[in-house]
Write a protein that binds this ligand. Structure first.
Ligand SMILES: Nc1ncnc2c1ncn2[C@@H]1O[C@H](COP(=O)(O)OP(=O)(O)O)[C@@H](O)[C@H]1O
Ligand SMILES: [Mg+2]
Length: 318
């Protein structure tokens, strides 16, 4: 039996925008198992980063719970425990250009976390850890003296990964870590993440909008639409037998490498635009664009249910 490392229950994160509430994340429930990669996909603005940032406690939840290793991270956690969990959970950001301070050397960037979380180490020992981390992510010792602006996008993302690893995390939230990189570099960074996972037994939440890369790296994939989760299943199953009409539409946009099948691929084009999370549709969030929508979809929020074993979906008709 695999063990649950992260449990997210009925999580809501609403932002105040003027007098209104923007429902960035609205009642999301899922688990992440020890050692797995859970992919999280959905169009820009659907709430993926907000889920990640709320798990990390960068945002406090409007309601709901986030349990890490059985500990409730949102409610009543002590300062000391918070520090402990802040090193266990790390984030890798989308933009390796803005997430690294250009005035700091690579040494200083990576060492920052080591200083806070391993203060007992001598300066020389800390330097040694930085050198080892640089080797680990495919850079080398000589890079330590240089400034982050001297590096390419792919190298900067490697520096960002080394910085995240510096505090010995167990769980890494990678928020679109390859979206800003050249296509030729993307696979290298994804492969590095996979190798590190194997070596260090890491657990990942891998946020992306590129579906083909998500399939390649993830054990299971979750799909979000307008602040809600619509489907979650093992990668193979989700790609081969999607149940939710939104997932089907997303999948239909992914090119298939086999030219014969690719020729027959039918694209599902959704009507209309994504509604505003300030004023989302009643009932099912997706109903205004859904080819299957009926009256019930406007009246009742579809239940998040296990339609097949380990395959969750929120749709009245799936
Ligand atoms: N700090 C914030 N204040 C107000 N609105 C925000 C904030 N962060 C995100 N949002 C809004 O929440 C929604 C979800 O954003 P986000 O989680 O960044 O989506 P994604 O990562 O899927 O692109 C968007 O409508 C976005 O504009
Ligand atoms: Mg985002």
């Amino acid at each position: 039996m695999k063990q649950k490392l992260v449990e997210v229950k009925n999580l809501k994160k609403h932002f105040k925008v003027g007098k209104k509430q923007l429902k960035a994340v609205d009642d999301v429930t899922f688990d992440i198992y020890q050692g797995e990669t859970l992919g999280l996909v959905g169009e820009s603005g659907c709430g993926k980063s907000t889920v990640g940032r709320t798990i990390l406690n960068l945002y406090s939840a409007t309601s709901g719970e986030v349990h890490y290793d059985g500990v409730d991270l949102q409610n009543g956690i002590s300062k000391k425990d918070r520090k402990k969990y802040q090193s266990k959970i790390q984030m890798i950001f989308q933009d390796p250009y803005s997430s690294l301070d250009p005035r700091m050397t690579v040494m200083d960037i990576i060492k920052e976390g080591i200083k806070i979380h391993r203060p007992m180490m001598s300066d020389a020992e800390q330097n040694q850890v930085v050198y080892e981390l640089l080797e680990l992510v495919g850079l080398n010792k000589t890079h330590a003296k240089r400034f982050s602006h001297e590096f390419s996008g792919g190298q900067r993302q490697r520096i960002g990964i080394a910085r995240a690893l510096a505090v010995n995390p167990e769980f890494i939230i990678a928020d679109e870590p390859i979206a800003a990189l050249d296509v030729s570099i993307q696979a290298q960074v994804v492969n590095l993440l996979k190798e590190l996972q194997k070596e260090r037994g890491l657990t990942y939440l891998f946020i992306a909008h590129d579906l083909s890369m998500v399939k390649y790296i993830s054990d299971r994939v979750a799909v979000m639409y307008l602040g809600s989760m619509v489907e979650l299943a093992e990668s193979e199953e989700l790609y081969e037998e999607p149940l939710h009409p939104y997932t089907k539409a997303l999948m239909s946009a992914v090119p298939i490498p086999d030219p014969d099948i690719e020729l027959k691929r039918e694209r599902i084009i959704l009507k209309g635009d994504i509604p505003s999370p300030i004023d989302p549709p009643s009932g099912c969030r997706f109903r205004t664009r859904c080819p299957l929508a009926q009256d019930i979809c406007a009246q009742k929020i579809p239940e998040w249910r296990e339609a097949r074993k380990h395959h969750y979906v929120a749709c009245h008709f799936a």
